[in-house]
Design a protein around this ligand. Structure first.
Ligand code: G6P
Length: 608
């Protein structure tokens, strides 16, 4: 999704902006651009495609400037093109703006502006804002931006510069993340800390309806009424090299292989093996409320939604209360019943997904308690929920989520365990679960040693045009997630189903060209899964199965087996997903796909 970076200071702006934009590439984008102030004029450079193309474009041009803004665009209004790429400028060419989010009333604003003589050069909603600011400009950019924003409905994170005020950047936020980086005689602005982390770790997060004025020497944060609001400078804890690929060919592979460590990080300091329970600081003050909950709704999008489905199974199993899982995009619009005693849990890696954030706000409007489970510290969801649990797995850069998924499942398991122990579960039972949780990282380590054989499997199946993934119980959501991983990054059509549902439709598709991936571990539905495998084999289907080590019986039935260690049934998704992530990764690589930035997808979907 779109990315923002801005710089004002004593150094050349262009290398800082280009570097920052490169760091934002992982979010997914289709075009990019920068605006500088050179010789008291706005200099605009935009290109379609990758940042390197933009970098080439500016080479050899006069770009000496100490102030600039840069943007990666992921098209929402208008096709990816140079005209639609940001920054956008006003008629006079004095004002340049970059914008994340959507101006919902841009149609009516645009008509009014056109009627008063403004000429538009793009199909974007953002350009409207450039002209609107121009309309209000009387020599004070900050004031003009403030007046323009009063007219705007929708969401924005913006940076604005004006050639007549070459010593300032104006920033504003509503519904789209924006932070300021504080340097020595220089300031940065970005939608995401990774864009500026190589320069400073001191950041200030803007909240909704806040503006900031950046100069070389200082920054001032204000609310919409222009009142100064002092904000805390926070230190970013994670390291830049953590964001780098660390020797792996791709971020996705790195993140898959990191899972033994990331799950450990997620559990660190939270397990109480002796007491057979867990400590979750972020929920501590709300424990009573949680214990009295009569119904839980989990809401999320994409992979986080799949993790939530596993959460549903475990929470219901452990707490014996109804648990529902809702797509956030549906939940927010369908007037859901949120009665007293209902707790809503929003699950999101980025903490910025527009639909999930809207579901959270909808819940808050109805005065129901909302708990957040997210990874990005300081994200909107983290800040707008009263209680929550961080994943603590470090930045996830690959667009296809992997380590965040296993951490989400881990956190949901820890919540279920904490509440069950308070309610009914014996200390002994709790101890048994904790002991098993502690073994998960080393079991994943063992699965990762299968990487080569999974690559061979990928070679055999890389040309398939469709895949079916089947699982039951706790591993039905794993089937969905396995299929999602494959389709996201390899562009092979893949569907996940509960194995028994196959008979109600997908079985019609089965022949030798339709590989079927089963999660067939020795759990409570093992015998039933074996029958489903037979049904596929009887129709000439080819079967790849994730099985338990030492399961000789299944080997004669399936075409390929991926043996993994055993664990408790409700923890099995933490293991069974790993070979499916690797399978998707290798197939995508063999097909020449860009796994870290798959086409049309974005890491953080901040539009609905
Ligand atoms: C996008 C990403 C997915 C992610 C989903 C939800 O579609 O490509 O990987 O699962 O958004 O994102 P969230 O940050 O809310 O977990």
């Amino acid at each position: 999704m779109c990315g923002i970076v801005g710089y004002i200071g004593k150094r050349e702006a262009v290398p800082i902006l280009i570097e920052g934009l490169k760091r934002l590439e992982y979010r997914g984008y289709d075009s990019a651009g920068i605006a500088l102030i050179v010789d008291s004029k706005i200099a605009l450079h935009k290109n379609v495609g990758k940042i390197v193309a933009l970098e080439k474009l500016v080479e050899g041009q006069d770009t000496s400037s100490h102030i600039g803004i840069g943007h990666t665009r992921w098209a929402t209004h208008g096709v990816p093109s140079i005209a639609n790429a940001h920054p956008h400028i006003d008629c006079s060419g004095r004002i340049a703006i970059i914008h994340n989010g959507i101006i919902e009333n841009y149609g009516s604003l645009k008509r009014q502006l056109q009627n008063s003589g403004h000429e538009f050069h793009s199909e974007t909603d953002t350009e409207t804002l450039a002209h609107l600011i121009e309309e209000f400009y009387r020599g004070d950019l900050e004031e003009a931006v403030r007046n323009a924003l009063v007219e705007v409905e929708g969401t924005y994170g913006i940076l604005v510069i004006c050639s007549e005020e070459p010593d300032r950047i104006v920033a504003a936020r509503r519904g789209s993340p924006l932070l300021i980086g504080v340097g020595n005689g220089e300031h940065f602005a970005a939608s995401d800390a990774s864009a500026i982390l190589q320069h400073t770790r001191d950041v200030v997060y803007l909240d909704d309806n806040e503006m900031a004025l950046l100069t070389r020497e200082q920054f001032v944060t204000k609310n919409v009424q222009a009142e100064v609001i002092p904000k805390k400078v926070e230190k970013i804890a994670y390291d830049l090299e953590k964001i780098e690929r660390g020797g792996y060919d791709h971020f996705m592979l790195k993140e898959i292989c990191e899972q033994p460590q990331s799950i450990q990080d997620c559990m660190r300091g939270r397990l109480l093996p002796k007491e057979g329970t867990v400590r979750l600081g972020g929920l501590h003050e709300h424990l009573d409320q949680l214990l009295n909950t009569r119904r839980i709704i989990l809401t999320a999008c994409g992979t986080s939604w799949h993790a939530s489905l596993i959460g549903e199974y475990i929470l219901e199993d452990f707490l014996r209360i109804p648990v529902e899982v809702e797509y956030a995009s549906e939940f927010r619009y369908r007037n859901p019943v949120i009665d007293e005693g209902t707790v809503v849990v929003v699950v999101s890696q980025s903490g910025e997904t527009a639909d999930t954030l809207a579901a959270l706000r909808e819940t808050k409007k109805r005065r129901a308690p909302v708990i957040g489970i997210c990874n990005v510290v300081g994200s909107s969801i983290a800040r707008e929920t009263v209680a929550g649990v961080y994943l603590h797995v470090g930045p996830e850069i690959g667009v296809a989520s992997t380590k965040a998924f296993t951490a989400q499942v881990t956190v949901l398991t820890l919540i279920a365990l904490l509440l069950a122990r308070k309610k009914w579960m014996s200390q002994e039972e709790g101890q048994r679960i904790i002991a098993e949780l502690e073994k998960i990282p080393q079991k994943i380590e063992k699965i990762l040693t299968l990487n080569k054989s999974i690559l061979e499997l990928a070679k055999a199946y890389k040309d398939a045009r469709n895949f079916l993934y089947l699982g039951r119980g706790y591993n039905f959501p794993v089937a969905l997630e396995g299929a999602l991983k494959l389709k996201e990054i390899s562009y092979i059509h893949a569907e996940g189903y509960p194995a028994a549902e196959m008979k109600h439709g997908p079985i019609a598709l089965i022949d030798e060209n339709m590989p079927v991936v089963f999660i067939a571990i020795r759990d409570s539905s093992y015998e039933k899964i074996l029958s489903n495998i037979e049904e596929v084999k009887a129709r000439g289907g080819r079967v790849i199965a994730v099985v338990n080590e030492g399961d000789e019986k299944i080997l004669s039935t399936v075409d390929h087996a991926i043996p993994i260690p055993e664990t408790l049934e409700f923890l099995s998704p933490l293991l069974t997903i790993v070979p499916l992530q690797l399978l998707a990764y290798h197939i995508a690589i063999l097909r020449g796909c860009n796994v870290d930035q798959p086409r049309n997808l974005a890491k953080s979907v901040t539009v609905e």
